[in-house]
Design a protein around this ligand. Structure first.
Ligand code: ADP
Length: 560
């Protein structure tokens, strides 16, 4: 038996471990799915930032993209201005002129010092389709040209291409014109950038088009100027509520717009929110499933364990009851035999044989009644007829009837019954069975001090009946089990006391079927108190119309 029990516990433990392991794996894969969804959404947004930067570069470069096709010798003649601007260059310059991204185009010979001497910088005049000496050259152009000049001087020895684009942040785009054949810088074409157009018509709309507004997309994207410490444009209507320094990803403009970069900060994108919601939903479902599985596993284990204990108790009950039935029968058989033989003639002996037969048959009847009660109740055939009843009266009467028997057993009785006990609706037979069983136990399980305390009082619209003894008491581990069928405490007194573990299960069942509750407080070695509580009947006046308890006729329990 022990071996099987260990085996069962091991199986239960293995089942629990398997469920937990599966749960762990599931949780892990759910979490990975969630993070990979979030990562891929973040990755896509980063790519969008790279695309914006690439788009800006292409857009700025586009008007001058044809410059590399032009013969560099042409630029030497620009300086003299007599030959005019060849068609191809003219078309490029016209394109620049028409492009709202640029304000104006300036040219400077490679040998000139920008803005130092008059006539060093030329300005393209669309009307005359030629360059002319620039008066009042804007500072940004002077800066752009001198910066390009300095950089190109460094790059020239290694340079192999006809053009090189150089940015002075967002102010100018300068194209250095180079003759790779003879490693000579020919000149510089510098375009002043329309910053507002770049911001308001190119970068700003592109951010909105790709990311939408923060309120819808959950991601904040803005063009940031780190040198001026400002958010230039953002995909929100009130950028001032956000802190520039808090960002999750930054995208620079390599080799151009050095003061600027695009920053991104995630709040919760719709994809992230959806993934999070589905993650939470799945975790809840998983938890519920695991809870259910674990619950049913433990329930099955406990149920099997209980079933096993019950069948063991039933087996011992059967052995017990067979013995119990045989003993009185044997006594009655022997007495009956002697009487029928006519061997016993003296009146005292005749009386004693009769007494034996009477008490043994009573014992037998009680036992059979108990068994019947249990069997009928289990089959749902025990009919209970709750009716108005005064428990104080019933208790008094019951004790009166049993007093001589109890005194004879040496029981000290203490009865404490309050006045004005309300009526309850309880079946009288049931109540007598309950009381009888509790009193019988109080006497049976009090080997030394035979004390029986009965109290009847009302509390919170309930009538309470307490049956107290100073007997063996019940160990706390057994207190929950004593109301189970066939359960008997495993101690020496119980072992030597006649009983089958049925009384308290009948008591509990009858109490509950009559709308009452039973509880127990007991200290092992000191005694026990069983407490019955029945709700007071709702309409006391009507029920006790003449101020008296309505006395019920004693009715035998009815079986269907
Ligand atoms: P039985 O008395 O026939 O064994 P019960 O169902 O009446 O069956 O009681 C179940 C068990 O509870 C008893 O075997 C006994 O161990 C314990 N018990 C019941 N009443 C008392 C009591 N008043 N004092 C101590 N133990 C009790």
């Amino acid at each position: 038996m022990k071996k099987y029990s260990r085996f069962r516990i091991a199986l239960l433990a293995m089942g629990i471990v398997a469920i937990l392991a599966l749960t762990g794996m599931n949780l892990y894969s759910l979490y990975s799915l969630h993070t990979s969804t979030v990562d891929s959404s973040v990755e896509k947004q980063r790519e969008q930032l790279e695309d914006i930067v690439h788009g800006v570069r292409m857009r700025m470069w586009q008007p001058v993209s044809e410059l590399w096709r032009i013969d560099m010798a042409v630029f030497r003649e620009i300086q003299t201005r007599e030959a005019g601007v060849p068609d191809r260059l003219h078309r490029i310059l016209q394109k620049v002129d028409e492009d709202p991204l640029y304000h104006a185009a300036y040219f400077m010979n490679a040998t000139s010092e920008p803005c130092r001497e008059d006539g060093s910088v030329l300005h393209y005049n669309r009307d005359i389709q030629n360059f002319e000496t620039a008066l009042n050259v804007p500072d940004v152009i002077c800066d752009g040209l001198s910066m390009a000049r300095t950089r190109m001087n460094v790059l020239a020895p290694e340079f192999k291409w006809p053009v090189r684009t150089l940015f002075d942040s967002y102010r100018t785009l300068t194209v250095a014109l180079f003759n790779p054949g003879i490693q000579e810088i020919v000149g510089y074409l510098s375009l002043s950038v329309n910053r507002d157009y770049l911001v308001d018509e190119i970068i700003g709309p592109d951010i909105i088009q790709r990311f939408g507004y923060l309120e819808d997309s959950g991601v904040l994207v803005w063009l940031d100027d780190w040198s001026r410490r400002e958010m230039i444009v953002a995909n929100t209507r009130d950028p001032e509520t956000f802190v520039r320094e808090e960002w999750d990803h930054i995208q620079r403009f390599p080799n151009m717009l050095e003061d600027w970069n695009i920053k991104m900060r995630y709040f919760e994108t719709p994809q992230m929110a959806a993934s999070k919601a589905s993650f939470i939903r799945n975790v809840i479902l998983l938890a519920a499933a695991v809870f259910l599985l674990l619950g049913s596993l433990v329930f099955m284990y406990v149920a099997a364990q209980r079933e096993r204990e019950l069948s063991m108790r039933q087996a011992s009950f059967l052995a017990n009851v067979t013995h119990e039935l045989k003993t009185p029968l044997a006594v009655m058989q022997a007495a009956g035999e002697n009487l029928s033989d006519g061997r016993v003639t003296q009146p005292e002996r005749l009386q004693s044989y009769g007494k034996h037969i009477f008490t043994e048959s009573q014992r037998l009847r009680r036992m059979i009644e108990k068994l019947l009660d249990v069997a009928k109740n289990e089959a749902g055939q025990l009919i209970i007829k709750p009716a108005p009843l005064r428990l104080d009266e019933r208790v008094k009467q019951y004790i009166q009837e049993q007093e001589s028997y109890l005194r004879q057993k040496g029981v000290e009785i203490e009865l404490q019954i309050d006045d004005h006990i309300p009526l309850v609706k309880v079946d009288q037979n049931s109540f007598e069975t309950i009381l009888g069983n509790l009193i019988e136990n109080a006497v049976k399980y009090s080997p030394d001090e035979k004390y029986l305390g009965i109290r009847v009082f009302s509390k919170n619209r309930n009538v309470i009946v307490e049956v107290q003894d100073r007997g063996t008491g019940i160990p706390s581990s057994a207190q929950k089990l004593i109301f189970d069928k066939f359960y008997r405490v495993e101690d020496t007194l119980t072992a030597t006391t006649k009983g089958h573990g049925l009384g308290l299960s009948i008591v509990k069942n009858l109490t509950e079927r009559n709308g009452g509750k039973i509880s127990l407080s007991s200290v092992y070695g000191e005694g026990s108190t069983f407490r019955l509580s029945f709700p007071a009947a709702e309409n006391q006046l009507e029920l006790s119309s003449n101020g008296k308890a309505i006395d019920q006729k004693k009715v035998e329990p009815e079986y269907v």
